[in-house]
Design a protein around this ligand. Structure first.
Ligand code: PLP
Length: 378
């Protein structure tokens, strides 16, 4: 397996923590937690413990924890399910949602006649003008922190405003969990999505926190597990590993956030000093490990390829399709000109990032940007 020596893509996924690997291995033999026999009950007890630990860490009740197969699935269940459970056909969202929310909302608009109101963002990437929330809706679906820029969104204000019209709020907290302290009951959200692989748990497992009422109507049908909201035999080993990873992530969050913010700010300042004409797209309040930058005149894909050749893993932050380098719709929503947005890189720092990684990146980046700019734009 090819390995990048310098990993700056923690926002996409972060390596599994040892405690998560150990917990997974310990429970890999768990059988069906729905089985009415000793080994089934033993499995159910591991699943219950994971549920209780997650509930305690997130300020929720155990019954509100619904295990899912990913953050994407948690977002789909919440947005589609709350829409289906409501008599309203209105949805409020923002212009910078992850495609797990954005494409779900688009599907409900195109196939189910949903009327969609989008809240805009400032040039710094924070949702503003919350007036769309003053009319009741089936659901308001917004992220707690943006995956490309790291910008932390005004979730509390959004929830307070939505509560005035009794609009249920779904919070996509996939990027924020383990970085931003969250207490589900104090926050007042109706549902909240999480994904284990963002904080050192396994890929392919997540959870949805869902209040008893209003609860999302099922969009998947089957054996009735997880309150019927997410039927299917649970992955006990992954659920236990996710709970262990969450506990470890929250335990070190305060210290880690400070360390990462310092490293990230240093990286930003050194790049801005050394590379001409850099546009910074990450503004406070923001997650501590995100740094989104535009290098106008360079193509994001060329930058990535040159970085990859030098053993650095980063991301453009935007999806590329059929080899066409597209400008990020998040940056466009922030008002970044398309020409600049096409030369975007997202560096995301995490648990394994050290000063040496930052020094190594700063040493190669000026030359890489110079080369990509000389190659020009397609
Ligand atoms: N929502 C946000 C904000 C994300 O950043 C991601 C993953 O990048 C997801 C949802 C989807 O999570 P998963 O990869 O577990 O499906």
């Amino acid at each position: 397996m090819g390995q990048s020596t310098y990993y700056f893509d923690h926002a996409a996924t972060t390596p599994m923590r040892q405690v998560a690997i150990d917990t997974w291995v310990e429970n890999a033999g768990a059988l069906n937690p729905g089985g009415n026999y000793a080994s089934g009950r033993a499995s159910a007890s591991v699943l219950d413990q994971a549920r209780e630990k997650i509930a305690e860490l997130m300020g929720a009740d155990p019954v509100e924890v619904i295990f899912t197969a990913s953050g994407t699935e948690a977002d789909n269940i919440a947005v589609q399910g709350l829409f289906a459970a409501s008599a309203s056909n209105r949805i409020v969202t923002s212009s910078i949602e992850h495609s797990a929310v954005r494409d779900t909302v688009g599907y409900l608009r195109d196939k189910h006649g949903a009327e969609v109101a989008e809240m805009p963002v400032t040039g710094e990437g924070h949702i503003h003008d919350l007036s769309a929330l003053d009319e009741p809706a089936a659901v308001a679906a917004v992220m707690l922190a943006n995956n490309e820029t790291g910008a932390i969104q005004p979730a509390e204000e959004i929830i307070a405003r939505a509560q005035a019209t009794e609009t249920p709020v779904h919070i996509d907290a996939v990027q924020a969990i383990g970085r931003v302290p969250i207490n589900f009951h104090a926050l007042g959200a109706t549902t909240l999505a999480s994904s284990a692989h963002k904080y050192g748990g396994p890929r392919g497992i997540g959870f949805l926190l869902a209040r008893r009422s209003p609860a999302p109507a099922p969009i998947l049908f089957g054996g009735g597990q997880e309150r019927g909201i997410r039927p299917g035999t649970a992955d006990v080993a992954s659920a236990a590993a996710m709970a262990a990873a969450l506990e470890a992530a929250l335990g070190e969050a305060h210290e880690e956030n400070g360390r990462l913010r310092e490293l990230r700010n240093q990286l930003r300042d050194r790049i801005v000093d050394l590379v001409p004409d850099v546009r910074v797209n990450t503004y406070e309040p923001a997650l501590p490990g995100h740094l989104n930058l535009c290098f106008p005149g360079a193509e994001g894909d060329s930058l990535l390829m040159l970085l990859d050749n030098a053993s650095f893993a980063a991301s453009t932050g935007s999806a590329c399709s059929s080899g066409v380098n597209r400008a990020s719709r998040i940056l466009l929503a922030m008002g970044v000109p398309e020409h600049d947005a096409r030369g975007t890189l997202r560096f995301s720092l995490g648990r394994t990032t050290k000063q040496e990684d930052v020094d190594a990146l700063v040493a190669v980046l000026p030359e890489i940007v110079h080369k990509a700019r000389a190659a020009g734009m397609a």
